[in-house]
Design a protein around this ligand. Structure first.
Ligand SMILES: NC(=O)c1ccc[n+]([C@@H]2O[C@H](COP(=O)([O-])OP(=O)(O)OC[C@H]3O[C@@H](n4cnc5c(N)ncnc54)[C@H](OP(=O)(O)O)[C@@H]3O)[C@@H](O)[C@H]2O)c1
Length: 214
């Protein structure tokens, strides 16, 4: 399956040793700077050769976010969908009733979601972010072009998780340098280990290897 020039970016925060991502339908931690990072990276306008014309339009969204039905239901709906992004929700139930929010749609598989997002991106020239949860990350590993990972170090092993993502397969993805990460997201990113209480975390980028990479 090919996706042309559209970047399909799996974006996740996971514990370094166990790849834990969730607990009781919520995040197992509160890292405000990571939440801000996700908000910024998934909402911003990315520049490419054709974006300049697009920028002149006052669009309500540029990028699409894709998530599983359980992650969608974990968003406090009093806030509505993730703002300034087109929200695509995956469910096996084609009759799943989403509230009639604007800029949202239902997909019946990860491939349906990606196809919908790609079509939307033809107009907005944006990027597609797959935001979880565990079931969707597992399936998205086969289709994503990039992985933006917040790796969370928990030296005292205090974080308990009940949902996990697959480890990044380094025979399929290569870890980029920090400079390559900043070039990819088109802005400065805090470098190295960051502190949040007793937790340590770092922002990383992995890029799918080309077939001719050694
Ligand atoms: N740390 C992070 O970065 C991060 C990010 C996001 C979420 N999370 C956490 O992850 C947890 C939720 O993850 P989860 O794995 O339980 O659920 P999920 O992946 O968010 O959603 C699972 C649902 O997606 C639908 N689905 C899965 N595979 C499908 C397929 N092949 N075709 C069609 N629909 C499919 C099904 O919906 P139906 O049952 O409706 O058919 C399934 O119940 C929460 O704790 C959340 O806080 C963490």
């Amino acid at each position: 399956m090919t996706f042309g020039d559209t970047s399909i970016i799996l974006m996740a925060a996971a514990t370094a040793t166990t790849w834990g991502i969730g607990k009781e339908q919520d995040l197992p931690w509160k890292i405000p700077k990571d939440s801000e990072y996700l908000e910024q990276i998934t909402s911003k306008v990315y520049y490419n050769s054709t974006t300049i014309a697009t920028l002149k339009k006052d669009r309500p969204w540029h990028n699409a976010v894709v998530m599983g039905r359980l992650s969608w239901e974990s968003i406090p709906m009093k806030n509505g969908p993730m703002p300034h992004r087109f929200n695509i929700v995956i469910s096996r139930n084609p009759s799943y009733k989403m509230k009639p929010f604007p800029h949202t749609s239902l997909a019946i598989s990860i491939h349906d979601a990606i196809e919908q997002a790609k079509t939307l991106m033809e107009e907005s020239q944006g990027r597609v972010f797959v935001l979880g949860g565990g079931q969707i990350y597992e399936q998205a590993m086969d289709v994503c072009t990039h992985i933006l990972l917040t790796r969370i170090h928990d030296p005292k092993q205090q974080i308990v998780c009940d949902v996990f993502m697959p480890p990044v397969n380094t025979s399929l993805f290569v870890q980029a340098s920090h400079e390559e990460l900043e070039a990819f997201v088109q802005e400065k990113v805090p470098k190295g280990i960051q502190l949040c209480g007793e937790l340590e975390y770092e922002f990383l980028l992995y890029v799918r290897r080309q077939s001719d990479d050694s």
